[in-house]
Design a binder for this molecule. Structure first.
Ligand code: SAH
Length: 455
């Protein structure tokens, strides 16, 4: 049993030591805590400056970051073993009501939960005239952890536990005394209640669920940990952590918004498609930068701005049903576009890229795409006409076949021109002929005639 202990009052805090000491009976306890007081840091990862981790003692590390950073680092790479549980605290002060959102103590537990571990935040409801009974809270934490380890858990959750600042013997979570704090038998608690009790809490006087995950069938603590870990591995692969996490993606979305991408469905797709799964693992940390990256075979994954810009340009005048993509590459543009249209046909001239894209798109559960290894300059006559065509490589002149396969009202978005002089065009088939709009300068790999087979 390995328990990670953190807090937001800093690694020197009395409550942290009391908590760690109380939990040693369950196994190895490691403290990874902020180097100073980071109360109110909320659930926030530091991405803009490097973090420094210092080993102060055996099993005690301090970090120049937030409580979230501490838990994130500890679980995702600082150690070569896995933790079973995260316990955060003991905070000097209650974390109830709105404070739950700002609290670094609760945030540390949230991060543990986000990474698939059962997590508990423990706070002592200290006030001006109370005695700082960290020993009381430590004892409650120990009983709670013991109880959680032996109990069947119905759902992954974070427990946000707030302990009155008084001697343990004085606690009256219910009519039977301290045991009621831990949800012991008996009717609804009749003892003293705290003012800001959250909904969905335990039956003790101040024992709340700060958050609960999706329900799953009841199982024992060990099974739960296994399930949670396995699900976390899968979830984390797609949802990402650190430089591939939701926060990093959100920054990219924000940047694209600032650059003029307005279509919410396109921005949603940029947010939700795991671009890091489309590039080599070594480049995953750069996946949410707004740059093109190599995907092998001399090709690149398109820059997110360009993917967003082209997708928005294609969708601007209404929904699309039958769409052709030329130049599948790694399949990232395919994954962004597919959920926004009815059917997507995608052609790529380099065979291994087609196979890889097919696998990834399938992995992501996208089912409305058909791939083909072939020469996209010829279009895909069997499924024409298309009401949308998107081309991810630049021809010197727009291929005749693509224009012919454009349905009435259909839009073709294509970069055109030699290297260094390319421009993005949107061609719309009107009753009166083809309408051409220039959308701005771009840089694409060239559209090359003829397919290449695997060697
Ligand atoms: N949107 C893709 C971009 C890939 S780069 C992505 O995000 O990954 C452009 C791709 O067009 C390359 O994979 C290249 O092999 C392909 N390509 C170039 N000429 C082609 C052609 N004639 N037919 C089909 N694909 C072509």
């Amino acid at each position: 049993m390995k328990i990670l202990v953190s807090n937001d009052d800093g690694y020197r805090a009395e409550g942290l030591r009391a908590l760690a000491a109380a939990l040693t009976e369950f196994g190895a306890v490691t403290i990874v805590a902020p180097d100073r007081n980071r109360s109110g840091a909320s659930n926030s990862l530091t991405l803009d400056v490097p973090l420094r981790v210092t080993r102060a003692e055996e099993n005690l590390y301090y970090v120049t970051g937030t409580p979230t950073d501490c838990v994130h680092l500890a679980i995702s790479g600082l150690f070569d073993f896995e933790y079973d549980m995260v316990v955060s605290g003991i905070n000097d002060g209650a974390n109830l009501g709105d404070d739950v959102l700002y609290s670094g103590t609760v945030a540390a537990a949230m991060e543990g939960r986000c990474l698939g571990l059962p997590a508990i935040a423990v706070s002592l409801c200290t006030g001006a005239h109370t005695g700082k009974h960290f020993d009381t809270a430590a004892r409650v934490a120990r009983e709670l952890v013991g109880r959680l380890l032996s109990q069947r858990l119905d759902a992954p959750m974070i427990l946000n536990v707030n302990v009155p600042d008084r001697p343990y013997e004085d606690l009256r979570g219910g009519s039977e005394g301290p045991a009621r704090l831990l949800g012991g038998p008996g009717g609804p608690a009749t003892g003293r209640r705290l003012r800001h009790r959250l909904s969905g809490g335990g039956r003790g006087s101040c024992f709340n669920h700060a958050a609960a995950g999706r329900p799953h069938p009841p199982c024992g603590a060990r099974q739960y940990r296994e399930l949670a870990r396995r699900r976390a591995v899968n979830d984390t692969r797609v949802s990402g952590i650190g430089m591939t996490s939701a926060r990093t993606r959100e920054r990219l979305v924000q940047r694209l918004r600032e650059q003029g991408i307005r279509d919410p469905s396109v921005l949603d797709q940029i947010r939700s498609v795991p671009r890091h799964l489309f590039v080599d693992e070594a480049l995953a940390s750069r996946a949410y930068e707004d740059t093109a990256l190599p995907i092998g075979h001399g090709q690149t994954i398109s820059q997110p701005y360009i993917v967003a810009r082209m997708t928005a340009a294609l969708l601007e005048s209404g929904p699309l049903f039958n769409v052709l993509e030329v130049g599948t590459g790694c399949g990232y543009q395919t994954a962004v576009l597919a959920p926004l249209v009815d059917k997507l046909y995608s052609i790529e001239r380099i065979e291994p890229l087609v196979e890889r894209a097919r696998t990834r798109i399938k992995e992501l559960g996208i089912k409305n795409v058909r791939f083909r290894h072939g020469d996209g300059t010829q279009g895909w006559a069997a499924h024409a006409p298309f009401d949308g065509i998107i081309v991810a490589a630049a021809p010197h002149a727009i291929p005749e076949a693509l224009q012919q396969q454009l349905a009435p009202g259909g839009r073709l978005v294509v970069p055109v021109g030699p290297e260094g002089e390319q421009e993005l065009w949107r061609i719309t088939r009107r009753e009166t002929g083809l309408q051409r709009e220039r959308l701005g300068a771009v840089a694409f790999v060239p559209l090359i005639k003829g397919p290449v087979s695997a060697t």
